[in-house]
Write a protein that binds this ligand. Structure first.
Ligand code: ATP
Ligand code: LTN
Length: 341
């Protein structure tokens, strides 16, 4: 093969993307703006693989009936957001056994000290002090397994996942250093807008679907009147000026959401609402979000009724995922010295 042809083939291979979301509750506007919406937009330019990370979700106690419903709903909601199974591979993590297997292996190449430094572990062990289980601690090695199994180049996530991704990179580099190139070292892919949507009740904290205060988050499936009510109750400040500023976390967050949803810059938004009251602005943000979510909610209603279609899609996804991931798992095991089966 000529150098020129080799070169063209190398540049034509689309970069691979992997990302996942936990079915740990109702999917929020933060998840949508920080992650899901970007995934949908990346599908044409990249070779995309997406998963519902249900193995990760049991690091926090889940009620079996609700959990089962949440997994299927997360799958249907991602389809409704625009994940297209003709373009991308989309599966449920627990259906592909290689994830748990590689996670065990990677646990043995991840240091206690590294895991102890993870801020999500510190936050969640405080929040669930009665259940600080080993899975919560080793969560990042399972996440590394998810990514490395597919030799992903890029991982689109919200800002809060940057530290976990850095650890995935370190694990990959350590393994490659010991055994020769086995895993692609992944790069984070963090969107410019919406990467960190804050709680509507405590805007110095990220909007999180596991927040007990339902007014803190907007769910993608919240009814329009609920969305509006939550925005109207959003915590702001007493300064009464619609602009980005220090100590104005609530307003900064609302401007950020408005910008992510409408595509306008913060300057355009502040100019447009200059002199208007917080009440008017909150209503405007509420309306913009309702319009963004409306078509997704309509598509979701159709998908969730069609269990046979959902089953067909996640089975197809798992079958493909197993084929690709098994190759990487076999390669890693061979390098370690395991006997071939
Ligand atoms: P939990 O509250 O159960 O930890 P979560 O709401 O943080 O869940 P995840 O399933 O952990 O959601 O995250 C799914 C994706 O959404 C990740 O890429 C994450 O970075 C992104 N994400 C989560 N919360 C936000 C947020 N507030 N702003 C922007 N992106 C977010
Ligand atoms: N921990 C992630 C969810 C997740 C993930 C992944 C994200 C599980 N496995 C692999 C990217 C790549 C979170 O968003 N909280």
């Amino acid at each position: 093969m000529s150098e020129e042809i080799k070169e063209t083939q190398a540049t034509e291979r689309k970069k691979r993307i992997f990302s996942a979301i936990q079915p740990s509750g109702t999917i929020t506007l933060g998840n949508y703006l920080g992650a899901l919406r970007n995934w949908v937009n990346l599908q044409d330019s990249y070779d995309c693989i997406f998963a519902v990370a249900d193995l990760h979700a049991i690091t926090v106690r889940q009620d079996p009936k609700i959990f089962k419903k949440n997994i299927l709903e997360a799958y249907a909601l991602l389809l409704a957001c625009g994940i297209d199974t003709d373009k991308s591979m989309f599966f449920v993590q627990s259906h592909v056994h290689t994830h748990a297997e590689l996670a065990w292996i990677l646990n043995c190449y991840t240091q206690f000290g590294e895991l102890s430094r993870m801020t999500q572990f510190k936050d969640k062990s405080q929040k669930h002090a009665d259940n600080v289980n080993a899975g919560l601690f080793t969560y990042p090695s399972l996440m590394a397994a998810d990514i490395l199994l597919y030799q992903a180049d890029l991982v689109p996530v919200g800002e809060d996942q940057r530290q976990h991704l850095e650890l995935s990179r370190n694990i990959a580099e350590r393994f490659n250093g010991l055994y020769g190139k086995t895993f692609t070292v992944p790069e984070p892919y963090i969107g410019r807008v919406g990467a960190r949507v804050m709680s509507l009740q405590n805007p110095i904290k990220k909007m999180s679907k596991s927040d007990e205060n339902a007014n803190a988050w907007v769910a993608v499936l919240d009814k329009p009147e609920t969305v509006m009510k939550k925005f109207k109750r959003a915590v702001t400040d007493s300064d009464a000026r619609i602009c980005i500023g220090e100590g104005k976390d609530g307003i900064n967050n609302l401007i950020g959401i408005m910008s992510a949803v409408t595509g306008k810059t913060s300057d355009e938004i502040t100019a447009e609402y200059d002199g208007k009251g917080y009440g008017d602005f909150k209503t405007a943000v509420g309306e913009a979000v309702i319009e963004e979510l409306r078509p997704i909610q309509e598509r979701f209603a159709k998908y969730i009724k069609d269990k046979a279609y959902l089953e067909e899609q996640y089975r197809k996804g798992a079958e493909f995922a197993l084929k690709i991931s098994q190759r990487t798992l076999d390669k890693a095991m061979k390098k370690i010295g395991y006997l071939p089966k």
